[in-house]
Design a binder for this molecule. Structure first.
Ligand SMILES: [Zn+2]
Length: 383
């Protein structure tokens, strides 16, 4: 009998029940940003059990978090290209603790009172399952690393401060996006955070308003003079927080505003942020007050061109799985930004999570399994 390849061998080796059990276990370990200690410890056990050498960087000393980033390494059995998979260990608080996962037909979701945490524990689960399959079948592989980051949500701090000297891989696959399996993010924006405090002068609004300088009026004038929301196809901006004022009979002496700007191009972001800063300074000056402005570049933009070997390889891998890769830019930042900007070409791959950051977050079992198959296929393609 001639043994013919059906292309289904990988699928056959992924253990669906083991993946479900693993995901359910992980989502029940609380890990809001900064408090990833317990889940990191459990992952250290699991990965060590699968033969990986696990270390942590010490960025928790700088960030005040429970743990640093987890970096696990497995020596290759071949001279294949060293690759890494990355997922973040933290979850958002919407709320995000005491998750009670429910299997609802073909879908895993929370009980509706919390997020699920498939963002990004589905990515972690996909890696663990692929590694299990590699181990139990003695499959050849090149050098492999797993980088499980802390505090991705709300600022990408884990990957920003990651000790990149511990990263030996030449390519990174960040398992941290949603949509159909085959969705690939090759471009992400830079983001600036902009905080400003307008300072005027308090006065009685009825008795002596002419002695006051209204910080509310300064903020209003500044915002009114800003180009905001959709700036162009690559650039967005928003004022998301405004705080100040106590009573109608006081000319408000202080108002704080917090905003952001994003662009797929760093130069466009520079221009947008400069424009917002200028609008605030001009408004404060015009009304006789002052403004203290703090801007911070949370992360810079990245783009992996479609004709690079990395993108071509991923397209081939998906094609062999019968999946058409959909390669596009994202409006959100991810750890992918920092890998690329620290010299490790990286793509963000969907693991099938849906409605992340909401109480309706869920993942289909079939997509979870496909995510495991995808990781396995990537490892095999680099062996
Ligand atoms: Zn995520």
């Amino acid at each position: 009998m001639i043994k013919r390849s059906t292309g289904k061998e990988d699928a056959a080796m992924i253990n669906q029940q083991r993946m479900i059990d693993q995901l359910l276990e992980l989502v029940q370990i609380d890990s809001p940003s900064g408090k990833e200690g317990a889940v990191a410890k459990r992952l250290e056990e699991i990965l060590t059990g699968l033969g990986m050498t696990v270390t942590f960087d010490n960025i928790h000393e700088k960030l005040g978090t429970e743990t640093g980033n987890l970096i696990a390494t497995l020596k290759g059995t071949t001279q294949g290209t060293p690759i890494l998979f990355s997922s973040h260990m933290d979850t958002v608080q919407q709320p995000g603790e005491s998750v009670k996962p429910v299997i609802d037909g073909d879908t895993i979701r929370s009980d509706g009172t919390t997020i699920l945490g498939s963002d990004d524990k589905a990515g972690i689960t996909a890696f663990i399952e692929a590694l299990q399959v590699i181990k139990e079948n003695n499959l050849p592989h090149g050098d492999l690393q797993a980088v499980f980051t802390i505090w991705e949500e709300g600022g990408l701090f884990g990957s920003k401060y990651l000790d990149y000297s511990l990263v030996k891989a030449e390519r990174a696959f960040v398992l941290d996006s949603g949509g159909p399996i085959g969705s690939v993010t090759n471009q992400g924006p830079a983001q600036d955070k902009i905080q400003a405090v307008f300072k005027g002068k308090a006065a009685h609004a009825g008795v002596a308003p002419e002695e006051g300088v209204s910080a509310i009026m300064m903020a209003a004038k500044a915002i009114d003079n800003m180009k905001l929301l959709r700036i162009d196809e690559e650039t967005t901006a928003n004022i998301g927080v405004i705080e100040g004022g106590k009573a109608t009979n006081i000319v408000t002496p202080e108002v704080k505003i917090v905003g952001e700007a994003r662009s797929l191009r760093n130069d466009k972001l520079d221009a947008q942020t400069a424009h917002m800063v200028e609008a605030m300074k001009t408004a404060a000056e015009a009304l006789g007050g002052t403004v203290e402005i703090k801007t911070e570049r949370l992360y810079t933009a990245f783009k992996v061109e479609k004709d690079t070997p990395l993108v071509k390889k991923v397209e081939e891998i998906f094609a062999a799985m019968g999946i058409e890769a959909n390669i596009e830019a994202s409006g959100g930042g991810s750890d992918t930004n920092h890998f690329n900007n620290n010299g490790v070409p990286a793509l963000n791959l969907s693991v099938g999570m849906e409605k992340a950051h909401t109480l309706e977050e869920h993942i289909k079992v079939a997509d979870l399994v496909k995510a495991g198959e995808m990781v396995l296929a990537i490892i095999k393609a680099h062996a």
